[in-house]
Write a protein that binds this ligand. Sequence first.
Ligand SMILES: Cc1cc2nc3c(=O)[nH]c(=O)nc-3n(C[C@H](O)[C@H](O)[C@H](O)COP(=O)(O)OP(=O)(O)OC[C@H]3O[C@@H](n4cnc5c(N)ncnc54)[C@H](O)[C@@H]3O)c2cc1C
Length: 380
Amino acid sequence: MNKNFDVIVLGLGAHGSSAIFHLSKNNLKVCGIDRFTPPHVFGSSHGQSRIIRQAYHESPMYVPLVKKAYKLWDELEQISGKQLLLKTSGIILGDNAGAMIVKGAILSAETHNVPYEYLHSNEIKERFPALKPTEDTVAVVEQSAGILFPEECIKTNLHLAANNGAELLYNEVVMSIVSTNDTIEIVTDKDSYQTKKLIVSAGAWLNDLLPELHLPVNIKRQVLFWFKNTSEELQQFISADKLPIYIWEYTHGRIFYGFPDLGNGIKIAPHHEGQPLHPDLLSKEVSEEEINQMKNIIDEYFNVNTVFNYSDVCMYTNTPDEHFIIDHHPSNNNIIIASPCSGHGFKFSSAIGKILSDMATGKALDFDISPFSIKRFMIK
Ligand SMILES: Cc1cc2nc3c(=O)[nH]c(=O)nc-3n(C[C@H](O)[C@H](O)[C@H](O)COP(=O)(O)OP(=O)(O)OC[C@H]3O[C@@H](n4cnc5c(N)ncnc54)[C@H](O)[C@@H]3O)c2cc1C
């Protein structure tokens, strides 16, 4: 194998697999490297489902990006013949009309003409009998929301990239990045490679690979739970055609979210409440106490009778403002850094992979990435 490349993508999860797919469409020598065999269960992109939505409570600036992402997911489905996205509609609930996520969803929807409905407690109960809102609960319902199948998305990107001639190296750990003015050397536990451009999309391991930047990202353990319904009569209300994806700010600043029953039960998880950890120390152990806490939430906010089915553990890579990092390395323009996580990055990966590919190949970008600049974290 010739070990000189035009572009190497370091990390082939959500964003890296999409980047290498887009790169592989150019007439370039491209290589992707991953420490595991993606899709795998050791990073941030596993667990069967990810939410995609447009009434984006985090900020209206994401709406054009998610619109682009929908188009590219659709294109990927057309090219591959695989189903990657299931539209279920989505409901954003708050414990009152002032709830942050409800106000944020409305702001994004109105700024970017995303059709939505505003429901009060009685209307929520009538439309979605599985939900048990309090009297003061209000909701925004968006028809375009749905579920992405993350493992299938990553597999599809990598399969197409390999078919287009990309070199994919699995179970190979990048140990260091040595860069000079015009070339970058990637040293792994097996070999070393030269490249003109490098995309670092290493998820939770970003700081291990670029320690000189001291990026203020913190890694948090996030548990996902599946609860199986035990009542035949109630089952009809939790299937994907009856229960939308849901995000619920049940008390000020505390959020849980989840998915209808796709066969293994209702999926539910707390948003942003995990413990900090180093990614090499991720354990899949989930305590009885964690299961009971989630069961209490299910019992309080859903009209279902459930038993715990199983859990999985994943990681968020959070920035202080919970917006992404997509930028060139401050002292080497040939290195591109992508950390689009903070618990909400998957839906954009079809579009962000294209942006990363365009950055590496010097093409004009069709999205302003300045809000994702590294400089916002540099001491002025
Ligand atoms: C529990 C959970 C729920 C989420 N829910 C949603 C949701 O509903 N909707 C949404 O849009 N987003 C969601 N997100 C966020 C989304 O999943 C992440 O933004 C996205 O998965 C991040 O992708 P990534 O490519 O940055 O990281 P990853 O997919 O983790 O990829 C990083 C890759 O780099 C590789 N790597 C790291 N270091 C090295 C090395 N030294 N050498 C070689 N390879 C290396 C890893 O093996 C890994 O494959 C959720 C995240 C979690 C954890």
